[in-house]
Design a protein around this ligand. Structure first.
Ligand SMILES: [Zn+2]
Length: 74
């Protein structure tokens, strides 16, 4: 058994996801001219994060064939 199922693409996609999380935290903790501006940035990064999660999840499916025991997430 391989110790890790993470291929280079997994690592890249995971890093992208973590970067968006870091951006979200920086927006949450940051100062903006207005609440509206802050929310605008927050929603923008949340969209980027959702796309990153989706891409990562879709990519992981390509590993599912050789990884038995993984549960399907609803
Ligand atoms: Zn992969």
């Amino acid at each position: 058994m391989e110790p890790s199922l993470l291929c280079p693409d997994c690592k890249r996609l995971e890093r992208e996801y973590q970067l968006t999380i870091a951006e979200i935290y920086s927006v949450v903790g940051g100062r903006f001219k207005s609440v509206r501006e802050k929310l605008h940035q927050l929603f923008r990064w949340q969209d980027v994060r959702d796309e990153a999660v989706e891409a990562f999840y879709e990519h992981k499916k390509t590993h599912a064939r050789r990884a038995s025991g993984l549960r399907r997430v609803a």
